[in-house]
Structures are given as structure tokens and as C-alpha cells.
Write a protein that binds this ligand. Structure first.
Ligand SMILES: [Fe+2]
Length: 195
């Protein structure tokens, strides 16, 4: 069984910065929710469903865990993947981590690859949407409002709108559905996200 607690410990060990840690947690709760959906779609239950959920959560937790130590595109996420491979983490997770970096040469192929790619930018964007609320609470973000904010080019400029749209497409979802799914996932874990 994939160990989400070990993944969390690794994220904390390699990442001192609060916002990058929180980004890992935010992406993890979104990918985890897609792992739950995928397990249900495949008719998995019990341990098999738990396994899938943990795999998706770990991929989210660890996708940027090496970024603080290895921030250049020459090293991230390759250095982290090398470390994870040496420590026996599964290849399907490593493939997803490589594929989330558009420049890695690895394309998103599996559902996990596509979910990680799709959740990465969107989780960052939804966090930005929460932080401009007077309460700074993700509970106060509405998916309609978030979709609308995507059109505001001055808002959260670093977040690629194209990647968010492309991510929804990769999952075969409308942008609205994808935003709604990730928002619900983040709202459900708001305490953990500090949002
Ligand atoms: Fe990321």
C-alpha cells in the first residue's frame, strides 16, 4: 500500500516553505478526489480502492517536493524522481510526476498522469481565489466565480489558463465540472490546507 504519511513526511522534510508545502497538500486533495472517482468508475472497492486513492494522493503530495532544492528546469522534477525511484516508489507515480512538467518530454498518458496535470495549476488558482476573499477561506469561493476570474488576466497571472483548460479536456470534463470537483475537494480539507 502506498504510504501517504510517508509522502507527507518527505514533502515536509524537503520543503521548508509554507506556500510550496500548502501547494502540495492542495494538489494532493484534488488528485485524491480523482483517485476516488476513478476507483468507483472501475468498480474497485475495499483495499484496491484505498490503494488507488493513496496513489493519487501521494502523486499530488510529491509532484513538487524537490522544487525547493532543485528549482531549475534542468533538475526539477528529475532530481526528485531519481530519489523516489531509488527509494522504491512506484513507476506509475513517477511517470505522472514527470508528465506534470510540460518540458520533461513525458506526455500525460494514464488517468493519474492526466489528473495530476489537471489539478496542479487549478489548485494554485483556487488558492489564489480564496486568498483574495476577506475571510481568506476556500469555503467562500464559488465555482462560478472562480471560472469567471479566469478571464481576468491581471489576476493570478502566473497560473496558466491554457493548462487549466487543457487539464479539464484531458480528463474529459468541462472546465466548470473540473473546477467544481477540485473546489469541493479543497473545501472538504480546508483545515489541513489552512484555507
Ligand atoms: Fe505544482
Amino acid at each position: 500500500m502506498m504510504d501517504a504519511e510517508a509522502a507527507e513526511a518527505l514533502l515536509r522534510e524537503w520543503t521548508a516553505g509554507d506556500s510550496l508545502r500548502k501547494h502540495g497538500f492542495a494538489v494532493a486533495c484534488c488528485t485524491e478526489s480523482y483517485g476516488v472517482r476513478e476507483a468507483a468508475r472501475l468498480g474497485l472497492d475495499g483495499e484496491a480502492a484505498d490503494e488507488m486513492r493513496a496513489l493519487y494522493r501521494c502523486a499530488g503530495l510529491l509532484h513538487d517536493f524537490d522544487y525547493e532544492r532543485h528549482p531549475t528546469p534542468e533538475e526539477h522534477p528529475f532530481a526528485g524522481v531519481h530519489y523516489l525511484r531509488e527509494h522504491g516508489w512506484p513507476e506509475e507515480m513517477l511517470h505522472a510526476i514527470l508528465a506534470h512538467a510540460g518540458y520533461s518530454g513525458v506526455q500525460p498518458e494514464t488517468h493519474l498522469d492526466r489528473a495530476l496535470f489537471a489539478c496542479d495549476e487549478l489548485a494554485g488558482f483556487l488558492t489564489a481565489c480564496a486568498l483574495v476573499k476577506p475571510t481568506k477561506a476556500i469555503a467562500d469561493v464559488e465555482s462560478k466565480g472562480a471560472v469567471k476570474k479566469m478571464k481576468d488576466k491581471g489576476f493570478a497571472r502566473a497560473v496558466s489558463r491554457e493548462d487549466m483548460r487543457h487539464g479539464a479536456e484531458l480528463l474529459g470534463l468541462s472546465l466548470e465540472e473540473h473546477v467544481g470537483n477540485c473546489l469541493a475537494a479543497m473545501q472538504a480539507q480546508s483545515a489541513k490546507l489552512g484555507l
